[in-house]
Every structure is written in structure tokens, then in C-alpha cells.
Design a binder for this molecule. Structure first.
Ligand code: FMN
Ligand code: SF4
Length: 200
């Protein structure tokens, strides 16, 4: 980690901040990243001079939906699976259904553990942030310094502008994950909640 940090730092201009997105939990049964290990790595990064740390959680070890959470778009995902194994893939995706449900701010517990270990270095929280009240609560309680979102901006690129103008309701992103299913299908990333191009 130190070598990678120093190498990147040596090639970027001094006025460009160097941030990291840090996985705080592999969710694997034996070895792997745990929140306490992630807190230790976060402290190392702070000592090296990292500008900010974004806390995420999950790996592709069992499923990419461990990272993003939400629905498993099985019908859309099978489009990239070879025809002969399409039915078994469909069953596999269906079995995953419900295992990775999205709760708002699903990485918050990791942030709470890591924040006191990193001093004044800003902590950015990502993962399932959907309501302004939850985001404000996190910031006001000092659990994180900044909020990060992915799918809400795919669904509504003007979300922040609208919040600044007084919008208070939940992001319209339903976490259906069709935008994630677009990736292996080589479709451009955009919101596909209401339609998904047919590749088959
Ligand atoms: C279409 C798509 C592509 C993504 N690609 C990456 C990626 O390349 N690297 C990464 O660390 N996270 C990636 N993510 C995960 C997001 O950065 C984010 O951590 C996750 O979606 C949870 O945030 P959200 O609930 O605000 O969407 C991707 C997410 C989506 C929806
Ligand atoms: S396809 Fe649209 S609604 Fe579904 S998860 Fe992606 S951005 Fe959200």
C-alpha cells in the first residue's frame, strides 16, 4: 500500500488531492478485510498524507451486488451468459435475490469505527444514501465529513442542484441495478429502470 501511495504521489501535481476509496469489509468467511483491519489501513494512509478516505464495503468475491446492494436484475444479467447455461445462470441470480438488500447508509457502521482513527482527514461515506435527512444526520453527528453517491446521480444528474433549491424527498433511484447489468452487456451507463435494451 505504501509503495502504491508513494508512486502515485510522485507523479501527480502537488495541488491535486490524492483520495482513496477503501473497502472496509470483504464479507468473506475466513481471511479478508474486516472493519478493524480497514481502520488500521486508514491510519497508515493518514500517516502517509492521504487527502481524504471514502469508506465503502464489499467485494466481488461472492457477488458484485455485495458492493452496490439492492435488487438482482437477473433477466438483464443473463443476456451476457452463453445460451447453453442461461437457464442455470437465471436460477443462480434468482437465488441471490434478497441476499443483498439495500439499507440506507449501509456502510455507516464502518465509518463510525474508522472516523475516530483518522483525525482531521476527511471521511467520505458511500453506499445507499438516498434521503437528505439521513445525509444531514450523518454529517451533523460527525460520522462522516462528506457524502458520496453513485446511482442517485445516474438516475438524477441534477439531484444536488435540486437539493440546493429545497428538494427534500428521497432520490428516485430504486436500486433496481439495471445500470449495473448494463456493464457486462457493454451498454452505456445510464438509468435503465424503465427499459433495458434487448441483446439476445
Ligand atoms: C454502474 C456502476 C458502476 C460502478 N463502478 C465502480 C467502479 O468501477 N469502482 C468502484 O469502486 N465502485 C463502482 N461502483 C460502485 C459505486 O461507486 C458505489 O460505491 C455504490 O454504487 C454504492 O453507492 P450508491 O448506493 O450511491 O450507488 C459502481 C456502481 C455503479 C452503479
Ligand atoms: S437503473 Fe436507474 S433506478 Fe435502477 S439502480 Fe440504476 S440508476 Fe437506480
Amino acid at each position: 500500500m505504501k509503495e502504491i501511495f508513494l508512486q502515485i504521489e510522485s507523479v501527480i501535481p502537488k495541488d491535486i488531492p490524492l483520495l482513496i476509496k477503501l473497502n472496509a469489509h470483504d464479507h468473506t468467511q475466513k481471511e479478508g478485510i474486516t472493519p478493524s483491519l480497514a481502520a488500521k489501513y486508514a491510519k497508515w494512509l493518514v500517516d502517509l498524507g492521504i487527502s481524504a478516505i471514502e469508506i465503502s464495503g464489499g467485494t466481488n468475491h461472492y457477488s458484485p451486488f455485495d458492493i452496490v446492494r439492492g435488487e438482482i436484475p437477473s433477466e438483464e444479467l443473463v443476456q451476457w451468459v452463453p445460451e447453453g447455461i442461461r437457464d442455470s445462470a437465471k436460477n443462480m441470480f434468482k437465488e441471490m435475490q434478497g441476499k443483498y438488500n439495500l439499507q440506507e447508509a449501509y456502510n455507516l457502521e464502518f465509518a463510525k469505527l474508522i472516523k475516530p482513527r483518522i483525525g482531521k482527514t476527511p471521511l467520505i461515506l458511500v453506499g445507499g444514501l438516498r434521503t437528505l435527512s439521513c445525509m444531514e444526520d450523518i454529517i451533523e453527528n460527525g460520522y462522516a465529513d462528506l457524502i458520496s453517491m453513485s446511482r442517485p446521480f445516474i438516475r438524477e444528474p441534477l439531484l444536488v442542484k435540486q437539493i440546493k433549491k429545497g428538494r427534500k424527498d428521497r432520490s428516485a433511484c430504486t436500486s433496481c441495478n439495471r445500470c449495473v447489468a448494463a456493464l457486462p452487456n457493454d451498454f452505456p451507463v445510464r438509468c435503465y429502470e424503465n427499459s433495458f435494451p434487448n441483446k439476445i
